[in-house]
Every structure is written in C-alpha cells, then in structure tokens.
Design a protein around this ligand. Structure first.
Ligand SMILES: Nc1ncnc2c1ncn2[C@@H]1O[C@H](COP(=O)(O)OP(=O)(O)OP(=O)(O)O)[C@@H](O)[C@H]1O
Ligand SMILES: Cc1ncsc1CCO
Length: 582
C-alpha cells in the first residue's frame, strides 16, 4: 500500500508539518499581533543578525572624503560624531591632499579615533600610516603591493584590500590581509573611476568563491545608504558561506548634517535583516507531487486566514485598476486602502498586525520614487510584506529607470509579480513592450530560467503571469496552469492578483512561496469557474459566461465563493488545480 505523505516540510519543521497533516483545518502559524517595528515571533528567523563578527569590528566602516562635508563642518567633528553614533573603523581617504597636510590631518583624526579605541586606516599611503603610527592601511591593486606594505608596517598592522572581482578575491585570499572591501556594490558618485557595480549578487558570489579557501572578513562598499542598507546586506548573504562583516559608507555619513544619528541608524539597520526574509531552503516546504494534498490543504488554510484576519492591503497603485483591486481585495476577505500620500505610509504600515503594501507602477512618474522608498522602508521596518508590480516595465525608458532604481536602491520587496515582458525587463533583458500588455509568449523553459534567475538575484519570490504562471523562490519553482484567457481581456486582472498576494502574505509569511501559490490558485480557479459556471453555494444559481463584461462580475462572484469555501474548510475547489513542480 502506498504510504501516506507525512509532511510537505523538510526535517527542521517536521513536527509542525505532522501537526498540520493531522489537522488540515488548523490555521497555519500566522503572525501574532506585533509590537511596533518587531517582526512576528514565530517561526524564528534563520539568524537574528546577518553580519559576521571577525576580530576587527568592521560593522560600520567610515571612509572619509572632506569634499563632501556640509558647509561649516570639519572632518574632525564629523568623525567624532560618527564614532559616537557607532562607527567601528575609520579610513582616511583624502585623494586631493599633499603629503604634509595629509599627515597633519591624519594626526588630528588619529588623536580622536584613538581616544575611542577605534582603528584608523589610511587609504593607499603606507608612508602616511607610518608617519602617524596609526593602526593600518587600506590598499587597492594599483597601490603598493601587499607584501611590501606588510613588510613595512609589520605583522600587527591592519591591512585591507579592495576586491571588485572573483580574480581579485582569490588573489586577496592568498595573502595574509586582515579584511577585504568588496565593491562597488552599486554605482557611486564618490568613486567615479570605480569598476562596474557588483550588485548584491556579485558580492555574494565573491564571498562564496573564497569560503572554502580563506573566508576573509569583508565590508561591502559603494552606494550604500539608510534606505538600501538592509536590503543590500540581506541580498549579499551567501547561503552556505560567511556573510559580510559590515558595510562601508562615505556620503551617507560624511555629507550628513547629523553624522551621529546617520551612523546609529545605519548600524541598526545593517544589523537587522528585512523581517520575514527568506528562510534557507532547509526550512521550507518541499514542493513535489507527493505532497500535493498537503500543499493544497495549506492553501485553503491560508485563504481562510485572510478571511479571518481581514488584512489591510495598502495599495499604491495605478488609476486604471483601483476599483477592481479594491473589489478583489474585499472578495478574498482583505481590507483595501488606496493611498499615495507619503505622510501616511508609516501609520498604514503599523496600524494593524496584519497588513502589507502593494506598489504598482502602472501610472508612475519619477516623482513617485520618494513615496515608494518611504513605503518600502516603513513596511520593511514594520515586518510587513511588500509586493511590487512593475507594470509596463519594458515600455519606456522612464519605466525601466524606475524599475532599476526600485530594485537597487529602494529597499527590499518580498515579491515581484509581472507578465512576461515585465519580468524579462526586471531580469535586464532589453525587451520592448508596446504598453502594459505582455510581449508575445516565449519559450516556457527559458521563462522558467528567467524567473529563477531573478528570484535568486533578488532573494525574493518572482511570479511571471500569463497562460502559465511561473512562481519561484530561487530554489523551488511551480508552474500553475489554471486560469482563463478571458482574464487577459479585463484590465487589471494582473494588478488585482497583486492585491491577493499581498493579503496572503500579510497573514502568512513563514513560507512566502506557499502563500503566493494559495492566492494564485484561488484566483485562477475562480476565473475558470466564472467561465464554466458553478452552482452558487449562496444562491443556488448556475451561471457561466464567455464574454469579458459579464466575466468581470462572475469572476468576482466566484472569487468570493471560493474563498468563502476556504473559510468553511471546504477543499473541493482545489480538485481543479493543475500544477507542475520543478
Ligand atoms: N491565456 C490565459 N490563460 C489562463 N490564465 C491566464 C491567461 N492570461 C492571463 N491569465 C491569468 O490572468 C491573471 C493576470 O495575468 P496577466 O499576465 O494577464 O496580467 P497582466 O498582464 O499583468 O494584467 P494587467 O496589467 O491588466 O493587470 C493571472 O492570474 C494569469 O494566470
Ligand atoms: C491600461 C493601463 N495603463 C497603465 S496601468 C494600466 C492597467 C493595467 O495594467
């Protein structure tokens, strides 16, 4: 006899999964009411902090540049304030100074750093470090070679090396250097001659490449600011290798009018991963046909939890789809609010333990970037999910620029959902979309690869919608063959799916891919039922439709029916699922 599936979850969560299997109607672990700025407490995040702690504390590494000081501020005052705010290492980098004034400045700065027991390193100039007697140097590949610098400075000096490629990482790992500065992570105006940006995935590759030979302490540098630090530190983290030890910043502190608070804010954020960050693959549900009954049972429970907790879905969305998005949110049991006001984002992110934010750039202008950054930052801080829909991403240069900025600079988005043209654009392929509708369908296998690649790069969930929906968290991938072509004939069918995903994540974030799958299944099976006609459990009527106008109404009705079934614990509707696990 075939044995019963025991668990859709791997080893670490076996007890939970068995409990789930025994009681399919039980509610999945959902976020309990949370205090402000605290992520929900169960299950625990993989690690409380994502920085590595080597012997030198590299947590917050300040690189100076006097030319960026605000008028009237001295470098001495800024360095002292920054140390009070939490800076753990100072590197004096003053490219424009001649030797004598450089040494004079270094002596004054060293007097300050020494009094706080913070190491002072000199950029490039071994002679200046020797003259001042400070703790060490940071050198690049065009400066004095490492061995000579070590011979001159002695075995106890701190020597750091710049690394911007895999090749340089392996050269650095072959030395006895104390740490590496990996970058530029992002394009940065403070080092215009820098090599091309690595982005967090490049930093990750570099850390992983030396993890088996010499896992050096590393600071990430280049374009890091308060808004993107959490996301950069999190996305830079390799799965099975030593993470970065800290972040290096220049303008985020030096150009600040309040370097002490800027430093303490950067330090706090860098030590906290985005709440509900991806669990490692070992802690996620196994997606295979064998576990299908439990995956479906979990989907029903997730939708039921939406109905029970009525999560607030803060929509920052386009003008075209506001009514359908609000109606879809209500039909699945959520509570929609549309607000594009920057002053409201913090309150909305913290108003309820069950909430999330959907950012849809269907009718965006560049002026909306400030609103998006604030919304992402507040929701990241509050532990709330952010869903990003890059509508029309490949249609114009303006849209491409907003997408690039969103993913590099604006903070962490839990889900990116779009049609094929949009997801290909997010992947960096130069597709030309005619408008908001997708490009012609490409090869399925290639699309699967694109979705997996972006999910891996962004360390989040990526969903490509169309006749087949492809969902991936970079490790697990699911193809959903449910839905109906009429969905493509009502505007906003994709946008309103974003509302359902956000509602599902707002109530259940411990396995984000499962939550998204629950939302898509209910949504697309509702569409099929709207076309085929099904007996309403409310009125007893059977009505089908084949035309878009009546489909829109029937779809909303069926979405309500399907989700009400979930509330009653009925799983019959899941008989229609058509899934493929990769
Ligand atoms: N031909 C189809 N067959 C089955 N389902 C479809 C089809 N086309 C779209 N869908 C479904 O419709 C929903 C929206 O996907 P679609 O790719 O049309 O979104 P979109 O282009 O972003 O829409 P919009 O910009 O109008 O909001 C998804 O749930 C998807 O599965
Ligand atoms: C038609 C349209 N134009 C901008 S957004 C939008 C809604 C579907 O995405």
């Amino acid at each position: 006899m075939e044995s019963e599936p025991v668990s859709p979850i791997s080893e670490p969560d076996m007890a939970t999964s068995i409990a789930m299997a025994m009681a399919p109607s039980s509610v999945p672990s959902t976020p309990p009411p949370q205090p402000h700025r605290q992520p929900p407490s169960s299950p625990p995040l993989p690690t409380p902090t994502i920085l590595n702690s080597p012997p030198i504390d590299l947590s917050l590494y300040l690189v100076t540049s006097s030319s960026l000081l605000p008028p009237g501020r001295t470098l001495e005052a800024t360095v002292e304030a920054a140390i009070k705010g939490g800076v753990t290492v100072v590197q004096l980098r003053e490219k424009a100074l001649d030797t004598r004034p450089f040494i004079d400045l270094a002596r004054r700065i060293h007097a300050i750093t020494k009094s706080y027991d913070v190491p002072l390193l000199i950029n490039d100039r071994v002679d200046v470090a020797l003259a001042v007697g400070c703790e060490g140097v940071h050198i690049g590949w065009d400066d004095m070679d490492y061995e000579t610098a070590r011979r001159l400075l002695g075995p106890t000096a701190i020597i750091g090396l710049s690394v911007s490629s895999l090749e340089q990482a392996s050269l650095a790992a072959a030395t006895t250097c104390d740490y590496i500065g990996v970058g530029p992570v992002l394009p940065t105006p403070t080092k215009p001659d820098a090599s091309s940006p690595l982005f967090p995935s490049g930093v990750r590759d570099i850390l992983a490449s030396i993890s088996n030979t010499r896992p050096l302490p590393a600071v990430a540098i280049g374009g890091i600011s308060a808004t993107n630090v959490q996301s950069i530190v999190y996305k830079s983290r390799p799965h099975a290798a030593t993470p970065i030890s800290g972040i290096a910043v220049v303008s985020a502190i030096i150009a600040s009018d309040d370097p002490e608070s800027a430093s303490s804010d950067l330090l706090t954020r860098s030590r906290n991963p985005p709440p509900w960050a991806h669990p490692p693959p070992s802690q996620t549900r196994i997606f295979t046909d064998f576990y299908l009954p439990l995956i479906l049972s979990h989907a029903v429970t997730t939708i039921r939890t939406i109905k029970e907790h009525k999560p607030l879905v803060h929509h920052i969305t386009n003008a075209v789809v506001k009514p359908i998005s609000a109606n879809v949110t209500l039909a699945v049991g959520g509570s929609p609010i549309m607000s594009d006001v920057i002053d409201e984002v913090a309150s909305l992110a913290n108003i309820s333990p069950y909430s999330g934010c959907l950012i849809n750039m269907g009718t965006s202008t560049p002026a909306d970037k400030a609103l998006y950054a604030a919304a992402i930052s507040e929701n990241n801080q509050a532990g709330k999910p952010v869903v990003f829909d890059p509508v029309g991403a490949g249609a114009t240069g303006m849209r491409r620029d907003i997408v690039t900025w969103m993913l590099r600079e604006a903070g962490y988005v839990d889900v990116i959902k779009g049609n094929e043209g949009e997801i290909r654009t997010v992947a960096g392929q130069g597709v030309q979309m005619k408008g908001v509708d997708s490009t012609e369908a490409g090869n399925l296998e290639e699309m699967v690869a694109v979705v997996q690649e972006v999910a891996n790069r962004e360390r989040n969930i990526v969903i490509l919608t169309g006749p087949v929906d492809i969902l991936s968290d970079g490790t697990r991938t699911v193809l959903v063959r449910n839905g109906h072509p009429l969905q493509g004939l009502i505007t906003g069918a994709g946008c309103a799916l974003g509302s359902v995903l956000c509602a599902a994540l707002a109530v259940s974030r411990e396995d984000k891919l499962s939550s998204c799958l629950a939302g898509i299944l209910a949504y697309n099976i509702a569409a099929e039922r709207a076309v085929a006609g099904s007996r309403s459990t409310i009125t007893g009527d059977v009505k089908g439709t084949r035309r878009p106008g009546s489909f829109a109404a029937a779809f909303l009705d069926e979405l309500y029916e399907v989700t009400e079934m979930c509330l009653r614990g009925e799983e019959t509707w899941t008989g229609a699922v058509n899934l493929e696990f990769r």
